[in-house]
Ligand binder design. Structure first.
Ligand code: PLP
Length: 353
């Protein structure tokens, strides 16, 4: 508490990112970063853009990047909004579309930033409980609301909803915006980008952070109807006209254009994930059906926090959420095959010594 904080700042409960400790070298399986480097073309493009033009502001409309993203999805540039990471895009979307007079709906177990944004913008939230198997009960979102946000796949459960199941939800909520947060969609799901031309109320949010190995570049986007994109631009241009810098613009364009590299690295992550999931099951873990770059696991006999602490001791970081309903689970990011071998060896030693 400080006398200098506004009532707003004093009231906030900020998001807590996964730890990035520097005390020793860890195998980092705790923040869903991609274990593979970004495309070499990205590094080339950023180096080429690191020139004297940095004295000039970047393009506030991100025109070229918007066109590249639009082409990639078969949309028009005015159906694309770009932001400094998808977290920023999500924050702007909460401000732009959610009605403070009615509750915003999101799952009880989901990306914890949604609650932070709702509080920041003074929105009421109603939490929709996942079912016993941790599935997203889409039918329960059919009630009065001021907006809906659903990650697909969900975090931290990793479970995917088939995209066509969103159609009924979008029809039932035709007067509200439904945000589908696709941070992990490239690891085995089908994007709702194909719904954008059918439903003016759907906003599909994606990021370069996970599947394009660019968490450090901070670029994300939203795909939606022109009126939704206009709404996001109104909010953005009331905060900061230049959210994406020149180097990030250059790197992002190169990343999207290198489809072959993207497909290859995503396929490697998926193959490692499926092998790790099978191995974990063979040593007694319950593993949710993951279509993301992480697995969500629990062991019937061994306490999750104990596993978390012992792994940490051995130099391996995973994520543990001390939170009702999921305090028996660990979220483990998929690393390289070598990293996952080390993880499995350590876990075997912990659960079956
Ligand atoms: C990682 C993540 C994001 C944020 O990604 P950035 O683009 O790095 O800000 C958004 N939503 C979910 C569900 C995520 O896991």
């Amino acid at each position: 508490m400080s006398k200098f904080w506004s009532p707003l700042a004093a009231s906030l409960v900020p998001y807590v990112p996964g730890e990035q400790p520097k005390d020793k070298k860890y195998i980092k399986l705790n923040t869903n970063e991609n274990p593979y480097p970004p495309s070499p073309n990205v590094l080339e493009a950023i180096k080429a853009a690191a020139n004297e033009d940095l004295r000039l502001y970047p393009d506030p409309t991100c025109g070229e990047l918007s066109s590249v993203v639009a082409d990639y999805f078969g949309l028009k540039p005015n159906q694309v909004f770009l932001g400094n990471g998808s977290d920023e895009v999500l924050s702007f979307a909460f401000a732009a579309f959610f009605d403070p007079a009615k509750p915003v709906l999101f799952a009880d177990i989901t990306y914890s930033f949604y609650k932070v944004y709702a509080e920041f913008y003074g929105l009421k939230a109603d939490l929709i409980p996942l079912d016993e198997q941790l599935r997203m009960p889409l039918a329960l979102f059919n009630r009065e609301n001021g907006g809906i946000v659903i990650p697909n796949p969900n975090a931290p459960t990793a479970m995917l909803i088939p995209v066509d199941e969103f159609r009924a939800l979008l029809e039932q909520n035709a007067d509200q915006v439904v945000i589908i947060d696709e941070a992990y969609i490239d690891f085995g799901g089908e994007s709702a980008a194909k719904l954008v031309n059918d439903y003016p109320n759907v906003l599909v949010v994606q990021t370069l952070s996970k599947s394009r190995s660019l968490a450090g570049l901070r670029v994300g986007w939203a795909l939606g109807s022109e009126e939704l994109i206009d709404g996001l631009n109104r909010v953005k241009n009331s905060f900061n006209s230049y959210t994406i810098d020149r180097l990030a613009l250059a790197g992002a364009i190169a990343a999207i254009k290198d489809e072959a590299y993207f497909q290859e690295t995503a396929a490697k992550v998926n193959a490692t994930r499926d092998a790790v999931a099978a191995e974990l099951k063979s040593i007694g873990f319950h593993v949710t059906d993951s279509k993301a770059n992480f697995v969500f696991i629990s062991h019937p006999n061994v306490d999750a926090e104990a596993i978390f602490l012992q792994l940490r001791e051995q130099g391996i970081l995973v994520r543990y959420f001390k939170q009702p309903r999921i305090d028996r689970f660990l979220r483990v990011t998929i690393g390289t095959d070598e990293e996952m071998e080390a993880f499995l060896k350590a876990v075997r030693g912990i659960v079956a010594p």
